[in-house]
Design a protein around this ligand. Structure first.
Ligand code: SAM
Length: 278
């Protein structure tokens, strides 16, 4: 029986507020899991199982899938679509309300995240794993194409933002596939893309990541302001303190946050942190 038939049989009604647009093409789903690089030793966390089609594709390749779904109305559907798969566990919970430490305990070691993300929590979910996940090895997400472009943006472009720096502080991102809107059920208004973020926890220590995070937050507070002005406001610095910090990091005092690459943020955060400004 097809997913559409199973949904109908269970009188399921789509909830727009949960970003419910499901993928049904088995070949497409298999290639998402392949692009995510999932193999037989991997434990995978999936955010938003929906009708379980991606869950099943992950389960075909992974050692174990731990899925989270906010909508309990999907329980009878998932019971049917995932029947007999003994490497799948589903929790009917809002993933944003589960502390990252608890998720990592469930995973029991290194894990990958694979998700077709609900659009309304795309950035918070990404930030959760990229900033707080200590054992996450990769995050492969299907997102609106515009978001995919932001995740992979270069400094100095309009798409470059705080989330791009968070991605680069955690590892590196690559757009691995485009998915036209017609592949979703129901059909949304925009096309999507799959982005794979490979996480490298050796890249920076947790302390450096934390310092970068607060400087980035400050730097993107107001895109119209210069970096110096944003730093002054966020950390209550005098103009002289902010300008000296920026200059000592080898940056122009008139630059804006969106022109800095992650290495420059690391340098600046190091200087501001040494001086006790953060
Ligand atoms: N994985 C399925 C697929 O690819 O067809 C469904 C993807 S759909 C875009 C997103 C799913 O996330 C929906 O089933 C929605 O109910 C669920 N969801 C939304 N917010 C959530 C949250 N905070 N925690 C867990 N699941 C959530």
């Amino acid at each position: 029986m097809s997913l559409k038939e199973i949904l109908q049989k269970n009188h399921f009604t789509f909830q727009k507020r949960f970003g419910q647009n499901f993928l049904t093409d088995a070949n497409l789903l298999a290639s998402i899991v392949e692009k995510a690089g999932i193999g037989g030793e991997d434990v995978v966390l999936e955010v938003g199982c929906g009708g379980g089609t991606l869950t099943a594709a992950i389960s075909d390749r992974a050692k174990r899938v731990i899925g989270f779904e906010i909508d309990r109305n999907l329980e009878p559907v998932l019971n049917e679509t995932l029947k007999g798969r003994d490497n799948v566990e589903i929790y009917f919970r809002d993933v944003m309300k589960i502390p990252t430490g608890e998720l990592e305990t469930l995973a029991g070691g290194a894990y990958a995240v694979v998700a077709n993300l609900p659009y309304y929590i795309t950035t918070p979910v990404l930030m959760k794993f990229l900033e707080e996940g200590e054992r996450v090895s990769s995050v492969t997400v299907t997102v609106q194409e515009e978001v995919a472009d932001r995740l992979c943006a270069r400094p100095g472009t309009p798409e470059y933002g705080a989330v791009t720096v968070a991605v680069n502080a955690a590892g590196s991102a690559e757009k691995v596939m485009r998915i036209g809107r017609n592949c979703f059920y129901p059909v949304p208004n925009v096309d999507s893309a799959v982005v794979k973020i490979s996480v490298d926890r050796e890249k920076y220590t947790p302390a450096v990541r934390q310092a970068v995070r607060s400087v980035v937050r400050a730097a993107f507070q107001s895109r119209r302001k210069t970096l110096v002005n944003n730093l002054m406001q966020a950390f209550r610095l005098s103009r002289a303190q902010a300008e000296e910090g920026v200059r000592d990091a080898g940056l122009d005092v008139l630059c804006r946050g969106e022109t800095l690459g992650v290495e420059e943020y690391v340098r600046l955060a190091g200087i501001l942190s040494e001086r006790g400004y953060l």
